[in-house]
Design a protein around this ligand. Structure first.
Ligand SMILES: Cc1ncc(COP(=O)(O)O)c(C=O)c1O
Length: 451
């Protein structure tokens, strides 16, 4: 495709260095399968599923056709005091995939909205039980739950918080991060290949012995975690951590929320991170892969217990009374739900989650064998169909090395993701070994160039 001349003066780009982008733009104009076409006619491998979204690869006909058909049938219908047929079907399919008693889907449009929705459900649920004083939320250092005020407050990535201090929710605390390279006894966690890190230290002792007593467990509404810290750079929890967190929450009547915007829908070779860790949360947030990224859709899958409590609290209220004052104009948008139905069917038909598990091993092998020992590499973590290589920072300019490597990879036709000092690779589940080899070799060369 020929170079397309367009005016770039008016789009303010999100989470992007706008000044450097203007000098060296990266603009996609077409995509198919694993590949993008850029504005200047180059082919680039999508090594990050377009930010963890495009699990089935680009330009999948069944999804596109479902969207077109839906547009011609029911383009949109209000979500309040009414609904649409597609939303019920999509909710049923999602609930069927979710573990345990996670059966009630509240739709929204993004991971950020899912985070804020889940926090609001937690507050409303406790109030419905007569425990409205439970209003403390616990997140984790370097967690990412989107950019709404709630998600940002429980989130723990310093750069995302720095400018907004006065706007945080007032009663939020954070657990320690799940990676601690400074302690030699944890040095073995720098290189993780498909297994769970084993810590000698009990990482949740801090929650039990400091954070819970400080706030008093009876005041804590919910703990929210990403089962694996995705945006921070694919950091894995210690063995037993997720299960024990569930036990602690049970003991104190605290709700456990899994933010599975990244780990949901197959990235770990199974439906959800909850399945991978064998733990059922009280709420599970999803977005991204549910529509293959093609059209915005997110949601929170709530337990029957939460839903029943919310309905039960209104048993004496008149039937026209709304039980939960929350929702978005586009909650359960019929076109997005039609895309979700087609996507989830495609995942099943092509057994894409199993494939993600199989190709994850190929990716892990390739990253560990090609990148270990390269200059500045201080860690490689692979699990499921995702991996991160961590580099030592350039003194005084944090994250620059990773950014420069990302740019070099792009110029050699491979899209990877810089995340702090990490480069993350998380390709679509349709990825072939040749793509993985190309991604990893280009990454290895770029790491060498920026030594
Ligand atoms: C775990 C997690 N939660 C929430 C979000 C925010 O999602 P969105 O950008 O769709 O608002 C993301 C985005 O990457 C995420 O990884």
């Amino acid at each position: 495709m020929a170079y397309q001349n367009f005016n770039m003066d008016h789009q303010w780009l999100p989470f992007t260095p706008n000044r450097s982008f203007a000098k060296d733009p990266r603009v996609f104009v077409a995509a198919d399968g694993m590949m993008f076409t850029t504005h200047d006619g180059k082919q680039v491998i999508d090594g990050i599923s377009s930010l963890w979204c495009v699990a089935a690869g680009h330009n999948r006909k069944p999804i596109n056709e479902a969207i077109k058909k839906q547009l011609d049938t029911l383009d949109y219908a209000t979500a309040f005091q009414a609904s649409n047929d597609q939303a019920f079907v999509a909710a049923e399919m999602i609930a069927a995939m979710a573990p345990g008693d996670l059966n009630k889907v509240l739709f929204c449009n993004s991971g950020s909205e899912a985070a804020d929705t889940s926090l609001k459900v937690a507050l409303a649920y406790h109030r419905a039980r007569g425990e409205g004083h439970r209003n403390v939320f616990i997140g984790r250092e370097r967690g990412y739950h989107g950019v709404g005020f709630g998600g940002m407050s429980v989130g723990g990535i310093p750069a995302n918080r720095k400018a907004y201090g006065t706007a945080f929710l007032p009663r939020v605390d954070h657990m320690r991060f799940i990676h601690d390279p400074l302690h030699p006894e944890h040095a073995g966690h720098a290189y993780i290949h498909g297994e769970e890190p084993v810590w000698t230290e009990d990482l949740l002792a801090e929650l039990e012995n400091r954070i819970l007593p400080l706030h008093d467990p009876s005041n804590i509404a919910a703990i929210i975690i990403e089962p694996i810290s995705g945006s921070a750079g694919w950091y894995l929890p210690p063995q037993g951590y997720v299960k024990r967190l569930r036990e602690i929450c049970n003991k104190h009547g605290i709700l456990l929320i899994f933010d599975e915007v990244i780990t949901g829908f197959g990235r770990l070779g199974c439906n959800f991170g909850a399945d991978f860790y064998g733990v059922v949360p009280d709420m599970l947030n999803f977005a991204k892969c549910v529509t293959n990224g093609v059209i915005p859709l997110g949601g929170v899958i709530c337990s029957d217990r939460i839903y029943d409590t919310m309905m039960g609290a209104h048993s004496n209220a008149p039937e026209h009374a709304i039980e939960f004052f929350h929702g978005y104009t586009y909650s359960g948008h019929p076109v997005a739900c039609a895309a979700a139905i087609a996507t989830l069917e495609l995942f099943k038909q092509e057994k894409l989650f199993e494939r993600a598990g199989q190709m994850g091993k190929v990716l892990g092998d390739a990253m560990h064998s090609a990148l270990m020992g390269l200059p500045n590499v201080v860690g490689i973590r692979t699990l499921g169909l995702a991996g991160a290589v961590e580099l030592s920072p350039i003194a005084g300019t944090p994250s620059k090395r990773a950014f420069d490597i990302f740019m070099t990879c792009y110029h050699h036709g491979v899209l990877v993701r810089p995340a702090g000092e990490n480069l993350v690779v998380c390709p679509p589940y349709i990825v072939e070994k040749e793509h993985i080899d190309r991604i990893v070799n280009v990454l290895a060369d770029a790491i060498g160039q920026h030594a």
